[in-house]
Design a protein around this ligand. Structure first.
Ligand code: HDE
Length: 702
């Protein structure tokens, strides 16, 4: 019997005088207590004077319960408020012992516990998952020499080059302070006003206008450390490094119209997906890759490796795989773990070090500072999710909620109490030592010349996309800028696009109905047009080769062919994918052979946007009945419009007729008349989308 069924059966009979439900602990069952451990006799009624009150202030149980409830919230993160975490491990597959003394990179096969939190940036904690936004990809690695936090994103570059601009960027992106909207979106004047006055953002703009900003799942996105870091070996030699997480599941995103609808149908789409995958035993996995280079290599570029608005293309410097990250356990409690986890970029370990990237330097101040406010004191490292899993020994003490204070009388050093009671001592050999980088130049507030090229890599990103992906970038820009009320801001953005790609600028200008093309923006450095396209930057080129880990939606009716249904389910399971049955009623359907199949979704709650592909498996009567239902019509129309693979049984035709697409069916709409068809369909859907269709159904493509 499922656990929740047990719970629901345990309602006690009404026992209070007013007929309310009082649950009484039987012998051996857990007794409800106060925070002080006092057993509680009645949790339904506050203490009153007489039958009808007033309520008495002396009711300490009532006061404690309400007091605690009043303080349940802690400040949400200023950015990345909405997130979802899971536990797992990192396993080293290739030793980096020659270039770093970081303990985690020494022994092949060794596993290090990890906690990962994915997030959106702009929305508040209760916002929806499929906002067009950057995703946070923050990894805490509990190494044997301390916690290493790699606090990255799913996009390898950032909006700004200097941390001093971060508050402005975030203010501009978040809801305007007077009206407090729009929530979780950048499609508004303030954002584009700031961006169009900040040419350094242009490379990032290309990424966030691409489908990278609307991932299908946390499981299907890459992660990046973004900054250039250092690896330092035993001899003290430093090598530059950029970190990459590559999903074994392949890259995949949704389309914008789908994202908008998913947010309504299931605002928790991404968190539910991660929860279901891990609990279903389909553990998501990423490879950790490194791009390793030295100063001479860094000097070979005309951009600066300290500039976080730049990448080093993988074709120039291949990504070397050194390990894998597997997420295999959901949290026990969201608040205790995902909400209280405190990532800090300053959490590095011996063998890893910072560079002078001005964004990273600023972050190193911000994260520690922010945890003090969010978690309420300096002892947040005592919370289990933040506590290292290696020995910790120091003389720091006291403060709010101190859980682990030094034991004994000695709380200072140097001391002469000897090693047993004198406490820990430093270790000059094993201990963390900063790489002895030489400072250069005068003290200045300046942006170096080497940070001045804002357009070349933006262009490189754009020309690396497939035509359909380029279309999506243009569509997204048109959508976002159409929500901008001031025409001068729209035009200013287009003036930047002219420095990236003239065709893109023209398309966006046309999409916006600009009367004329504005002059190109003044560029600090002219755009290089000789940078070659990089295949690694395309999502579609790096998609999966199978349907594994994906979800098929099966719209089923009474009387549907049982043999076909069984074959379909078998093929989906064989592919390592999952399926959900959608029906007119959640109670399910009776197939042609009399078998009952429960539905996961009533059609109103299970639109096709929730699935990677759909099968319409209905009897003749079932098809006729469903064809009269607007949500069933939407189901097929949306699946079609979003370029999905569709299987249709013969009885399904009326739904497509009423949906207005019966005459447009193409080669990605496959017939589902037999068990053989079912297997062939599951093979075909590995391709995930039939992109040519989009060009036929979208005004912007004409
Ligand atoms: Fe963050 N960022 N950030 N950021 N960031 C925060 O720290 C900040 C930046 C990133 O799941 C905050 O604990 C500054 C780049 C992630 O808990 C805050 C600057 C990248 C997360 C903060 C940046 C990130 C945060 C808010 C400009 C990608 C969520 C709550 C220099 C490499 C971590 C918190 C989690 C969170 C500051 C820029 C990634 C306010 C000042 C670049 C994934 O401290």
């Amino acid at each position: 019997m499922p656990a929740d069924a047990q719970i629901s059966n345990s309602y006690a009979q009404p026992q209070g005088t007013g007929g309310e439900t009082q649950q009484v602990a039987a012998e051996g069952e857990t007794v409800l207590t106060s925070q002080q451990g006092v057993p509680i006799a009645d949790d339904q009624n506050s203490l009153k004077q007489g039958q009808r009150g007033p309520t008495l202030l002396e009711d300490f149980h009532f006061r404690e319960k309400i007091f605690h409830f009043d303080h349940e919230r802690i400040p949400e993160r200023v950015v990345h408020a909405r997130g979802y975490g899971a536990h797992g491990f990192f396993e080293l597959t290739d030793s980096l012992a020659d270039i770093t003394r970081a303990d985690i990179f020494q022994r092949v096969g060794e596993r290090t516990p990890a906690f990962v939190r994915f997030s959106t940036v702009a929305g508040s904690k209760g916002s929806f998952d499929l906002a067009r936004d950057v995703r946070g990809f923050a990894v805490k690695l509990y190494t044997r020499e301390g916690n290493w936090d790699l606090v990255g994103n799913n996009i390898p570059v950032f909006f700004i080059q200097d941390a001093i601009k971060f508050p402005d960027l975030i203010h501009a992106a978040k809801p305007a302070p007077d009206r407090a909207f729009p929530q979780a979106q950048t499609a508004h004047d303030n954002f584009w006003d700031f961006i169009s006055l900040t040419p350094e953002s242009m490379h990032m703009v290309m990424w966030i206008m691409s489908d990278r900003a609307i991932p299908r799942s946390f499981r299907t996105m890459e992660g990046f450390g973004v900054h250039t870091f250092r690896l330092v070996n035993e001899a003290g030699v430093s090598t530059f490094v950029k970190f990459h997480w590559k999903p074994k599941q392949g890259l995949q995103s949704v389309v914008w119209n789908e994202a908008v609808k998913i947010n309504g149908a299931d605002p928790d789409f991404h968190r539910r997906d991660l929860w279901d995958a891990i609990n279903g035993g389909d553990f998501p996995e990423w490879e950790l890759g490194v791009q390793i280079f030295d100063q001479v290599f860094a000097d070979s570029f005309d951009f600066d490796v300290l500039d976080a608005t730049k990448i080093i293309p993988e074709e120039i410097l291949p990504v070397r795989t050194v390990g894998r990250l597997v997420l295999d356990r959901v949290v026990d409690n969201f608040f205790a773990e995902t909400e209280q986890v405190a990532f800090c970029t300053q959490n590095i370990v011996p063998g890893i070090d910072f560079t002078n990237d001005p964004l990273l330097q600023g972050r190193n101040f911000s994260y520690l500072d922010t945890q003090l406010k969010r978690l309420g004191g300096p002892n947040f490292t005592h919370i289990p999710i933040n506590a290292p899993k290696c020995p910790v020994a120091h003389f720091q003490q006291d403060g709010h909620m101190a859980m682990v204070n030094p034991v004994g009388r000695v709380n200072y050093e140097p001391n002469s109490w000897g090693p047993t009671i004198g406490g820990p001592r430093t270790d000059p050999l094993r201990g963390f030592g900063s790489f002895a980088a030489e400072p250069e130049g005068e003290k200045l507030r300046i942006r170096p010349e080497s940070f001045a090229d804002h357009y070349s890599q933006a262009r490189q990103f754009y020309i690396s996309q497939l035509p359909i992906e380029q279309k999506h970038v243009a569509d997204a820009l048109v959508f976002e800028l159409s929500k901008v009320e001031r025409p001068d801001i729209r035009a200013r953005m287009v003036s930047h696009l002219r420095n990236i790609d003239e065709e893109l600028a023209a398309k966006v200008a046309e999409g916006l109905g600009l009367p004329e093309l504005p002059e190109p923006a003044q560029a600090a450095k002219p755009t290089r047009t000789d940078l070659p396209p990089s295949d690694a930057l395309s999502i579609v080129k790096n998609g999966p080769a199978t349907f594994k880990g994906r979800k098929l939606g099966i719209l089923l009716s009474d009387g549907a062919d049982a043999a076909v249904y069984n074959a379909l389910v078998k093929a989906v399971e064989k592919a390592g994918a999952v399926y959900e049955v959608i029906a007119a009623r959640v109670g399910g359907v009776t197939l042609g052979d009399g078998t009952r199949v429960a539905a996961k979704q009533k059609i109103d709650g299970g639109p096709s946007v929730l699935y990677d592909a759909v099968a319409i498996l209905v009897s003749e009567d079932g098809g006729l009945l469903l064809s009269t239902d607007a949500t069933a019509q939407d189901f097929v129309r949306d699946a079609f419009r979003h370029g999905k693979f569709i299987a249709l049984s013969p009885g399904a035709e009326p739904i497509f007729m009423k949906g207005g697409i019966a005459e447009d069916l193409d080669e990605a709409c496959l017939k589902l008349g037999s068990a053989k068809d079912a297997a062939a369909f599951v093979d075909a859907i590995a391709a995930l989308r039939h992109w040519p269709r989009e060009l036929k159904v979208d005004l912007d493509a004409k």
